[in-house]
Design a protein around this ligand. Structure first.
Ligand SMILES: [Zn+2]
Length: 274
């Protein structure tokens, strides 16, 4: 019985460490900074973070969210992302055991998490996550489990094309129906290029059906999310016309990875009656 806990616990500890690195990547890549050097340092007093102050989650709790040298507050995002990534790895390895599929799923969900952070904070999805992730997803399709390499390739092409077309059509529509709206938001197209490349990555991991379900779920979540934000009034840091669509696509992709099969089966039998 105890054996059943070893794999998720080891994966969870690994996930905590990967979450720590994910914080660095998702905050530095959007600004074209190196994730290797300089090492972690306090943005206010520039003091280097010692290894014992860099233990995932624990260090933040011990330091009570403050820099050891100057007591500047350290964002709660750091321990939260570390914890979330740890739970993702533990959960995925609990579901799939010590298999290649567990590794593939954990990497996919970690990339989605990084995209959500970058898109929320900077309205940018770094190519390292999207293009790099697409290459990774395609490469992993040659391992057993998950989509075949052909399904992965087609998923990537369809994911890219669908969102590119939606973006082109959306831009034309908005320019006709509501001239000046895009300028007001400070963009020149309805769909960010990052979202298009991100969907290519999701297609490489999930195949064509995964793309369809992700776009559907992501759009529903984006509509709900925007409605809630509008109802709550303006939220500082969230632009009125600029929705970080990648965040909702990331959520849609995660749900599709975890429950997509069940959702599609439920839809075909209960709704379509096949
Ligand atoms: Zn400091």
């Amino acid at each position: 019985m105890a054996d059943g806990w070893v794999v998720p616990i080891v994966a969870g500890l690994l996930g905590l460490t990967i979450g720590s690195f994910l914080n660095v990547c998702s905050l530095r890549w959007p600004r074209n900074e190196s994730v290797v050097s300089p090492g972690s340092h306090c943005p206010r007093c520039d003091a280097a973070v010692r290894w014992y102050d860099n233990v995932p989650v624990l260090s933040w709790l011990v330091l009570r969210g403050r820099c050891r040298s100057c007591a500047a507050p350290i964002s709660a995002q750091y321990p939260m992302v570390e914890l979330a990534t740890g739970l993702v790895w533990a959960g995925t390895f609990a579901a799939h055991g010590a298999t290649g599929e567990a590794l593939r799923g954990s990497l996919f969900l970690t990339i989605l998490c990084g995209i959500a952070i970058s898109d929320t904070r900077f309205y940018t999805i770094p190519d390292q996550f999207s293009i790099g992730g697409a290459v990774l997803g395609f490469g992993l399709s040659f391992a057993p489990g998950g989509p075949t390499w052909l399904q992965s390739l087609l998923g990537a092409v369809v994911g890219f094309s669908v969102l590119w077309l939606v973006g082109v059509a959306g831009t034309k529509l908005i320019k006709r129906l509501s001239p000046g709206r895009l300028e007001e938001a400070g963009v020149d197209q309805a769909m960010g290029g990052g979202d298009v490349k991100m969907m290519m990555m999701i297609g490489a991991f999930l195949g064509i059906w995964g793309v369809a379900l992700t776009v559907f779920l992501g759009s529903v979540l984006a509509l709900l999310g925007t409605a809630v934000l509008s109802a709550l009034g303006r939220i500082p840091g969230i632009s009125k016309w600029l929705v970080p669509f990648g965040v909702f696509l990331a959520a849609g992709g995660a749900v599709t990875y975890a429950w997509g099969q069940q959702i599609l089966e439920w839809y075909t039998t209960s709704v379509l009656g096949l």
